[in-house]
Design a protein around this ligand. Structure first.
Ligand code: HOZ
Length: 435
């Protein structure tokens, strides 16, 4: 156990609660689902976070995905520094926007044209608008437990912070908006077929996290993504992969490359900005040509394509593009953690479920397979909270919610992975008293 002091974090949290709803600028960070008070981070370097009290943590969130090369990566810093003397925003086109568009199009199989925005939420909201404008249809299908940012039409059966705080259907979303969102269970093709048959010619798009990361990690069953592709092709529905989490992470070309299923549109965020606020949506040329100023579907943004964010994103994506071996490394270190956790559990006579792919994984405190939102909700949340706090005491910073994935970075060495597994063994052992 190496975490002792948290007075500085506590003081900041007390001040913050007077000033910011819940003391945080994004709800899951408040630790409400796991008990205890949030840690305020002062800095980060490589695989580690440092809090305001000087404690060190091994970071298994990596800013919820973007820091795939570890924190404060030198090469990204240099790229950002090169831009700063030339000012920080112009609201006019720049060279790097062209370069990053070329790079994204070369890396992501489905993207022929791309538009930069400022967050994943903007990307998904815009993609749905484009799909509606292009098809002339109003409704879309989303999957229970998938989270596509906080746009009104997505906050129906939503995962991530929405389910963490018990508001999967958020107040404030009007009935009028909600009636155009059709929800079906993840990994259930029959339900999709029924939903499509029930609204013939009315569905503009099916949007999905090809690997779901917002109900904890849930991997698509064999044939599920291809089944969606086939339905969409047959019914002229636009298939949108929300790869905000999986893009540039599960492979250079994201989950679509890894599973060999190509959607019509893709939304991106997180890694694409190298840690800065960036999102993007793109896809088939004919669809993207519906976007203003070429087509009539309106979408705009003063800070879109911001030069500082573009420099960080470009440096990160260029590096990933030129170092494909990174994905083998991340897969191996992910395997090491997950197989090691399973060994730890076997040693303690436990058999909880771990879902895993590449550098993303989640532990669920249930013995049943987790393949959709209903099965994810079977996890014992009390045990998860205890496990989270045990790990924190051992200097491991996990996502403070059962309904999130963990993300690894290339800064996670073999030695640090061993430290993680030791902490995991001790944290699980401490749970035995509660089983
Ligand atoms: N809902 C976000 C991840 N799925 C968490 C974002 C944050 O708190 O930074």
């Amino acid at each position: 156990m190496n975490q002792k002091r948290n007075e500085a974090s506590l003081k900041l949290f007390q001040r913050a609660q007077e000033l910011i709803p819940g003391g945080v600028n994004s709800p899951v960070r408040a630790f409400k689902a796991v008990g205890g008070d949030p840690i305020f981070i002062k800095s980060a370097q490589g695989a580690h976070l440092y809090d305001e009290d000087g404690n060190q943590y091994l970071d298994l969130i990596n800013s919820w995905g973007p820091m795939i090369l570890g924190h404060a990566c030198e090469m990204v810093q240099e790229a950002v520094k090169a831009v700063l003397p030339h000012s920080f925003s112009y609201g006019a086109p720049t060279r790097r926007e062209v370069e990053i568009a070329e790079l994204i199009i070369s890396m992501v199989p489905s993207i022929e044209k791309v538009r930069m925005v400022n967050s994943g939420t903007e990307a998904t909201m815009s993609a749905i608008r484009v799909a509606r404008g292009f098809t002339g249809r109003d409704k879309f299908i989303k999957f229970e437990g998938c989270y596509h940012g906080h746009g009104d039409s997505f906050l129906i059966s939503a995962g991530s912070g929405a389910i963490t705080l018990g508001v999967p259907d958020s107040p404030g979303v009007t009935k009028g908006v909600a009636q155009d969102t059709i929800t079906v269970p993840y990994n259930n093709l029959e339900a999709v077929k029924l939903a499509v048959a029930a609204a013939p010619g009315e569905i503009a798009a099916i949007i999905i996290e090809p690997v779901a990361g917002n109900m904890g990690l849930v991997v698509p069953e064999p044939g599920f993504l291809q089944g969606l592709r086939d339905i969409c092709t047959k019914e002229n529905i636009i298939l949108i992969f929300d790869e905000v989490m999986t893009g540039f992470r599960l492979a250079k070309g994201g989950a679509q490359e890894r599973f060999g299923v190509i959607p019509d549109m893709t939304t991106l965020g997180k890694i694409i900005g190298g840690g800065f606020p960036v999102g993007a949506y793109g896809g088939r040329k004919d669809i993207m040509n519906a976007v203003a100023p070429v087509g009539p579907v309106y979408q705009a943004g003063t800070l879109s394509g911001n030069p500082v964010a573009m420099a960080a994103g470009l440096a990160t994506l260029n590096y990933l593009n030129e170092h494909e071996e990174i994905y083998g490394y991340l897969d191996n270190i992910g395997d090491k953690l997950v197989y090691g956790m399973r060994e730890n559990m076997a040693q303690l006579g436990m058999d909880f479920t771990i879902n895993h792919i590449g550098s993303m994984f989640s532990i669920f405190f249930t013995r049943q397979p987790v393949k959709d939102f209903e099965s994810a909700k079977k996890s014992n949340l009390g045990l998860f909270g205890k496990y989270f706090n045990n790990m924190l005491q051992h200097g491991i910073y996990l996502a403070p919610s059962q309904f999130e994935s963990l993300f690894l970075s290339t800064a996670l060495t073999d030695t640090l992975a061993n430290d993680y597994l030791e902490a995991n063994l001790e944290s699980l052992r401490a749970l035995k008293a509660f089983l």
